[in-house]
Design a protein around this ligand. Structure first.
Ligand code: 9MR
Length: 632
């Protein structure tokens, strides 16, 4: 299935070569998605779908999203019952699929969700792909989500269920597709080898530990933080029932790779199951002595179990997360934790964590700590707790920032503020959104934003390195732009906040961290060039490539001649958006009549097909118009 799909994309790109050249530098467009599954129910059959129990599935023409047919699901006696499809032979481990389904109730309304059931060794696990979404009988609603299988399974089915009612519903136009990952760049420096003052880490799910993603993670990062797998809803979904099915494989991966782990998080107001905050009478807890005792007891039990389960395998914990609300006179967030226990939940959490893990670094973690009021409220709390003897070892600054906020000066003030306390400081969730407000949305990241982002990464990492005596780790909230929480927050739009792009290639942001000289603008009147060479597809004996020449100076080119040497015996067999000549190993590409003019800051891109025997190493040196170029 996968091999066929790869062939299909190759054919497609050959038939429709890359669009040409823009005067302004532009981001590399994502490769075309490959669709691996389509159910349109137009042929009057159920197209392989089956109920999860004894419910009735039938082709229907009562309503249809596209065409005239859909699938009707009736006779349900429980909300979890619904249509399901076997995808065991369709989905490949480590590949990120986007799954889409249209849903409509037969009558009335409910919430519907899209999930995957997987089984390994007979044990079932349920992964949500698209969460509860309102559905009605008045029209079709789309459920879309992204899913990566990260473990070996013997059973794998996608399914749709509802939240509250068991009425009949319809589904239609189900698709699953993926964007093929490119091989990771092995010839660029590893972030962890360049930044050695503190471990640099990434937040991960299981998807980041397998195939190309796992290779990228292992190459560049010295620390990982499970992004969701250690939260309360994942580890203790019902009282005193502990499950580690999400987190255990991640911690095992880290151990096998000698990678440090940040545990996130023992106490939070989000992603905490409702039962935690219900009193003995089943009613929401209030500020009574009885409820306080029950809640602190649950907290202690949770920490003893979760922290105890991992012991020394997790060296740092975000013990409490996001407890500050600077708009309150006392600076404390009015979570149920606080309204029922006051500050005692924080005291208890740190005390118990220290008892269980005497050697671990225990952190208090929060966002917007660069904002003076928030920073100062956090400072006051940490000072008070430490004075009381509460073992707060470390302050975590999340650093969810964007290309124009905050300033380096405010970030410096944030770090400086905590120096007198003698606490460790960690950057725990850094990402740099390309957006500066909720109203913006770009189909692809604009080049100027990516450059601004690279400067932010450059400047912030330079600052962190200045504070190497205080900062004991820096974690990015994700591995690559194909998986970031910012795609749906604060609104749904594609963001690109990390060091690697959606096909795992190093962005300018990466160079901002690793070698800022590669991204710095040259002064007016200067010349310079940068070349990006990528293999975009490869098969036995052949490959497809792309080479971008960027004018990094300020003097416009009226034409360009690019040269490189192939060291693996490769031959260019066809090239578009340029003219090619090859003599032995020496390749020369010149512009066409319409893409020779490249302004300062602009670029031109040519695509080509090549043959190879033995190996296909990327060329390491390029010239444009006789001048050696930076290789990106
Ligand atoms: O990255 C996490 C995302 O997958 C979850 O949907 C989200 C839900 O609460 O939590 C995200 O992680 C948060 C982290 O735990 C705490 N700081 C803010 C992060 C981004 O929301």
């Amino acid at each position: 299935m996968r091999a066929l799909a790869r062939l299909a994309v190759t054919t497609l790109l050959v038939a429709a070569p890359l669009t040409a050249v823009t005067a302004a530098a532009s981001a590399v467009a994502d490769p075309t998605p490959i669709t691996v599954l389509t159910s349109d129910f137009e042929d009057g059959t159920v197209q392989g779908w089956a109920g999860r129990s004894a419910e009735t599935l039938a082709p229907s023409t009562t309503v249809a999203h596209g065409g005239t047919g859909s699938l009707s699901v009736s006779g349900r006696t429980a909300t979890w019952q619904g249509p399901s499809l076997d995808v065991l032979d369709t989905f490949v481990k480590g590949t990120a699929y986007t799954i889409s389904v249209w849903v409509r109730t037969a009558s009335g309304s409910d919430n519907a969700r899209l999930s995957v059931e997987r089984r390994t060794g007979g044990v079932a696990a349920y992964d949500q792909v698209a969460g509860n979404t309102a559905v009605t009988s008045g029209g079709w609603t789309n459920l879309t989500g992204r899913y990566t299988l990260a473990t070996d399974v013997e059973f794998l089915r996608i399914y749709v269920e509802t939240a509250s009612t068991t009425g009949a519903f319809f589904i239609d136009d189900v698709t699953a597709s993926y964007v093929p990952a490119l091989p990771i760049q092995t010839d660029i420096p590893s972030v962890k080898d360049v930044v050695t003052e503190f471990p640099v880490g990434a937040a991960i799910t299981g998807a980041e530990t397998v195939t190309e993603h796992g290779q990228l993670l292992a190459k560049h990062f010295a620390s990982v933080t499970p992004g969701n797998a250690l939260k309360w809803d994942a580890t203790e979904p019902s009282e005193n029932t502990f499950t580690y099915t999400q987190a255990d494989p991640l911690i095992a991966w880290a151990k096998a790779h000698g990678t440090a782990v940040r545990g996130h998080t023992l106490v939070w107001h989000n992603q905490t199951p409702a039962w935690v905050f219900l009193g003995a009478d089943g009613q929401p807890m209030t500020a009574t002595a009885e409820d306080k005792e029950l809640l602190l007891g649950r907290l202690e039990n949770h920490i003893r179990n979760v922290a105890g389960h991992y012991g020394d395998d997790i060296g740092v914990w975000d013990v409490v997360n996001e407890v500050i609300d600077e708009s309150q006179a006392d600076g404390m967030r009015r979570s149920t934790w606080f309204t029922v226990t006051g500050l005692d939940y924080i005291r208890t959490a740190f005390r118990v964590a220290r008892e269980v893990l005497p050697a671990a670094t225990l952190c208090i973690n929060d966002y917007n700590t660069n904002v003076a009021a928030k920073r100062d409220a956090l400072f006051a709390l940490v000072s008070q707790l430490r004075t009381e003897g509460v073992p707060v070892d470390c302050v975590g600054h999340q650093m969810h920032i964007n290309v124009s906020w905050p300033s380096v000066a405010d970030t410096r003030a944030m770090l400086q503020k905590f120096v007198p306390l003698g606490v460790e400081q960690q950057i725990t969730e850094m990402d740099v959104s390309i957006y500066t407000g909720s109203g913006e949305s770009f189909p692809a990241p604009p080049a100027d934003r990516l450059l601004q982002q690279a400067y932010v990464y450059r400047d912030m990492f330079a600052l962190f390195r200045e504070f190497a005596g205080e900062i004991t780790s820096v974690t990015l909230w994700g591995l690559a732009d194909d998986n970031t929480w910012l795609d749906t927050f604060p609104v749904t739009r594609k963001d690109a906040p990390l060091l690697f792009d959606t096909v795992l290639q190093a962005k300018s942001a990466y160079w901002g961290v690793v070698d800022p000289s590669k991204i710095e603008q040259t002064p007016p009147g200067t010349s310079g060039c940068a070349v990006t060479y990528r293999v975009t597809g490869s098969w036995t004996g052949g490959f497809q490539g792309e080479v971008k020449v960027a004018n990094t100076g300020t003097t416009a080119w009226t034409g360009w001649t690019l040269t490189w040497a192939f060291t693996g015996g490769q031959t260019v067999t066809q090239l578009w958006n340029g003219t090619v000549a090859q003599s032995g190993t020496a390749v020369t590409v010149t512009n066409t009549s319409w893409n020779g003019a490249v302004a300062g800051g602009g670029s031109a891109t040519a695509g080509f097909l090549g043959s190879w025997t033995g190996g296909n190493p990327a060329p390491t040196a390029f010239t444009v118009n006789g001048t050696a170029c930076t290789v990106l």
